[in-house]
Design a protein around this ligand. Sequence first.
Ligand SMILES: Cc1cc2nc3c(=O)[nH]c(=O)nc-3n(C[C@H](O)[C@H](O)[C@H](O)COP(=O)(O)OP(=O)(O)OC[C@H]3O[C@@H](n4cnc5c(N)ncnc54)[C@H](O)[C@@H]3O)c2cc1C
Length: 324
Amino acid sequence: MKQVNGEKLLASLGGGVKDLRGRLTPDAPMDKVTWFQAGGLAELMFQPHDVDDLVTFLKLLPESVPLTVVGVGSNLLVRDGGIPGVVLRLSAKGFGGIDLEGENRIKAGAICPDKHIAAMAMDNEIGGFAFYYGIPGSIGGALRMNAGANGSETAERLVEVHAVDRRGEKHVLPVSEMGYSYRHSSAPGELIFTHAVFQGYREDRATIRAEMDAVRLHRETVQPVKEKTGGSTFKNPPGHSAWKVIDEAGCRGLMNGGAQMSSLHCNFMINIGHATGYDLEYLGESVRQRVFENAGIKLEWEIKRLGIFMPGREVRPFQGATTE
Ligand SMILES: Cc1cc2nc3c(=O)[nH]c(=O)nc-3n(C[C@H](O)[C@H](O)[C@H](O)COP(=O)(O)OP(=O)(O)OC[C@H]3O[C@@H](n4cnc5c(N)ncnc54)[C@H](O)[C@@H]3O)c2cc1C
């Protein structure tokens, strides 16, 4: 695994780091963060204690240092050369809270698991959140990619997002400013979401329980939920299901090194034990190539790919790719 000089970056931040209450880890292994359990090192990881600590850190950090925020890593493919600069991982203590906020409203921290919102909503007879029960990510990840399932998505329940920008300035964005579309937000990429407010509606507990049970049962039947995976690898192309075009191109079960397209759900890529970031990304691009050749469809990655390649192990986008 490539060492990325985290100690040097830490030293360059100067004595101000002594005022921070969160944890700084040079050369932090990202395979401990991602659900794929693969990928290189984060040059420097910072886990802020709370929002004020985050703001203090951002004011110390020169603008020239790249900054990447991650949630719980359930939608991430980290390349083997690691992630240059700082990786921000929000602490559960400072950013994992969840509270009721007015009638059928829920306020949740960005690292709060989606499942906790579903459970809390059920306990309080608030409808509209059962779909979160099946999504293994955090609210920050859900806000960034408009996570959704079972015909519902984040944008429908969201009221506003609280965020901090690269300079440590705080912002509140109403849902209308999040620029949502299918699995996408056009909100500025530099924003670090800290918490959000959601609106549900009155619904009885038994109905919500039944919805959540259905979500769980469906997932356990059709998805490799116990594998090391990143969820859906590609977005559904307009008018098609990604899994179907992947299947038709003969890619169900396709392997590259330690990576495989799941036989159970062929839009899920899995690490079958020893996959590198290279194995996973190369497999993904091979699938895109085959689908393009078979059906003329250009699959778009849903999984977020972060970091740099290991020298000599670069993965080129498939031949039909235009802009990435
Ligand atoms: C088994 C399985 C099933 C899944 N099923 C679904 C599904 O049905 N529907 C669905 O939508 N997704 C699904 N996913 C994908 C994933 O759970 C969601 O995309 C989730 O929203 C990602 O959240 P995360 O915390 O893991 O984010 P990460 O994977 O850590 O990060 C994803 C993106 O969000 C950004 N991000 C994270 N936190 C913040 C923050 N605080 N501020 C700004 N940006 C942030 C990151 O920079 C990155 O770009 C599934 C994944 C798995 C493994």
